[in-house]
Design a protein around this ligand. Structure first.
Ligand code: FAD
Length: 285
């Protein structure tokens, strides 16, 4: 099913997974999907490593497995940094061959020394995918993209993606819901009418939070810093506190009435289960 239709029918709880990589085999990825499927997510998205360091065939393969073996609505991520038009047309053919209908159109992060490619921004990839018949989503940033310091520009870039053909948005993670509420208000005031589903990632360890904060510029609110300090030497309690913190964020966002919640599962089904339990009382599923 196309994800636009999912948003028409319900406020979805959806999941992000990553494809086989390093130690993770296709069978292990299949087992993760098998555990997620009974939670009846609105859709499941599969990440892709930008700049040629990943293998798009594996992203497509996992999307295909989710659709054909588990009847899930799947979405493949596709980045365009460093890609030529021919590269993207090849990906399009192969996504079609795998029966993937939904694509998250991304720029990706530039890889040092990589060739410039034919696509500067996600907004350049979006119309190509729409023209090819895909249902297309794009990334949104409640706190602004790390390279974009101006709130006004952040919303202008979002609107440009909608004007280029993005049909829904999935947000970057954030740890303070106030950013989400402000962002939603500004986006709607700027005539961004497409559904926006909010991305939530539980913090599981101090090193993971630190990496995230530096990678995407997410703010660390005081309650989160206090939890990190309290459980600094107790990784199991820190992980549990991280999942509970994420569930509180989800509960609040759902009560507020957002269009959906996208859970960064990190391929850990217990995170998905906790998130669904937090959201279920508020979202028709
Ligand atoms: P764009 O929308 O093209 O924006 C890139 C930068 O350019 C931003 O700073 C933006 O503000 C700025 N900009 C946009 N328009 C203009 C303009 N007109 N003029 C000047 N500046 C402009 N990365 C991966 O490699 N693989 C993944 O699978 C992946 N999945 C993701 C999923 C989600 C939900 C999110 C939020 C991010 C994901 N990323 C992934 C990370 C993403 O690739 C990076 O954040 C990347 O740096 C930006 O991608 P984008 O599509 O948002 O780029």
């Amino acid at each position: 099913m196309r994800i636009t239709q999912v948003f028409e029918n319900a406020k979805p709880v959806s999941f992000e997974v990553f494809p086989p990589k390093g130690q993770l085999t296709v069978d292990a990825a299949r087992s993760v999907i098998a555990e997620l499927a009974p939670l009846r997510p609105g859709f499941v998205s599969v990440t892709y490593s930008a700049g040629g360091s990943g293998n798009t065939a594996l992203t497509e393969q996992v999307a295909h497995i989710g659709q054909t073996e588990f009847g899930l609505n799947m979405m493949a991520h596709l980045t365009c940094t460093g890609a030529s038009t021919e590269d993207i047309l090849r990906h399009i053919d192969s996504l079609r061959a795998r029966g993937v209908e939904n694509v998250l159109a991304l720029r990706g992060d530039a890889v040092e020394g990589a060739r410039p490619g034919d696509f500067a921004l996600a907004r350049d990839l979006i119309p190509v995918l729409r023209e090819a018949g895909f249902c297309v989503g794009a990334a949104a940033y409640p706190e602004g993209h790390i390279d974009c310091l101006d709130d006004y520009e952040n919303i202008r870039h979002l609107k440009e993606k909608q004007d280029a053909g993005a049909q829904f948005f999935v947000t970057q993670l954030f740890f303070d819901n106030d950013f989400a509420y402000r962002f939603l208000d500004r986006a709607r005031s700027a005539n961004v009418t497409a559904p926006i589903t909010f991305g939530i990632m539980p913090f599981l360890s101090k090193s993971q939070v630190t990496r995230m904060v530096f990678m995407c510029g997410a703010s660390m609110p005081a309650p989160l810093v206090k939890l990190l300090a309290r459980y600094e030497n107790d990784p199991a309690s820190l992980r549990q506190a991280g999942v509970e913190y994420a569930c509180r964020q989800i509960d609040e966002l759902a009560r507020f009435g957002v269009d959906g919640i996208h859970v960064y599962t990190m391929n850990q089904p217990d995170i998905a289960r906790a998130a669904v339990a937090a959201a279920t009382p508020f979202f028709a599923r």
